[in-house]
Design a protein around this ligand. Structure first.
Ligand code: 0L1
Ligand code: MG
Length: 261
């Protein structure tokens, strides 16, 4: 097996990028190429550099695998950090064509609007300007939605699409808000923000630590998607999807098999 020092990270980033662009799943990369967690974050940076080179802009970051339900669903047990870009944001109430995705799933989340570059130990209300309900669509570029920890990190933590509801003033408590995921008017998942590392503020602290170690440098005005409050559910065209977070309102979109956002 080659070591990560020998690996062509740009070449592997190109394979992951092409898988996403063409909607074609690929075999896992990490074990065969000796990619460890550190190299996987460098590979993720190379992938994002390809996309920003095409004109995408990074608008924030996302935490992944922040709940026991999600960790159990994919068999990986460590929180991870990915990038959010402008072209993957679906407006609240908008519609989005998902036919180019491979095996999309959707999950309800809570989002923070960063007020300034956060530092370790900064009080939550200094770091965060506003809070919103959110939806994330994840779509692993690997066959059968199976991967190791380095694989999923390299694949930008399966990030595909996201929607942010109306930003709200930071509430006194964010650690035990009820969360619903509705599809076509039926509640398909229920949870609590407590499922997000026990308290989504811990997800921010974990994200600050991961960003400090692996990048990117977090910026004021960026979105911080803190993680899912429930397991993710498969997403099909023609679905009306809505997340509700207690006291914060809703975020929603409709999926199509054609048309634009
Ligand atoms: O946002 C997430 O929690 C997803 C992280 C990657 C694991 C997955 O694809 O389910
Ligand atoms: Mg997520």
């Amino acid at each position: 097996m080659t070591t990560s020092a020998d690996v062509d990270l740009d070449g592997l980033a190109a394979r992951l990028d092409e898988a996403a662009v063409t909607g074609t799943p690929i075999p896992q990369l990490a074990e065969v190429h000796g990619i460890d967690v550190d190299a996987a974050y460098r590979l993720q940076q190379a992938l994002i550099a390809r996309r920003t080179g095409r004109g995408e802009h990074v608008v924030g970051v996302k935490m992944g695998l922040t709940s026991q339900a999600k960790m159990a669903q994919v068999g990986v047990d460590s929180p991870i950090l990915g990038h959010l870009t402008d072209t993957t944001q679906v407006p609240d109430g908008g519609s989005v064509d998902i036919t180019g995705l491979i095996h999309p799933r959707v999950e309800p989340e809570i989002a923070f609007l960063l007020d300034r570059p956060p530092t370790p130990g900064m009080p939550f209300t200094d770091a965060v300007r506003a809070v919103a309900p959110a939806l994330e669509v994840i779509d692993s570029r690997y066959r059968d939605f199976t991967f190791s920890l380095p694989d999923v990190i390299a694949d930008n933590t399966s990030a595909a699409l996201f929607t942010i509801g109306q930003w709200q003033p930071v509430p006194d408590e964010v650690d035990n808000l009820g969360v619903l995921l509705d599809v076509d008017g039926h509640t398909v998942q229920t949870g609590s923000t407590a499922a997000i590392l026990g308290d989504p503020r811990r997800a921010l602290a974990a994200g600050i630590a991961l960003a400090g170690r692996h990048g990117p440098a977090l910026q004021g005005g960026w979105i911080f998607l803190a993680g899912a409050a429930t397991a993710a559910v498969p997403l099909v065209p023609g679905a009306h999807v809505r997340a509700t977070v207690q006291g914060l309102g809703t975020a929603g979109f409709t999926t199509t098999a054609g048309g634009t956002r």
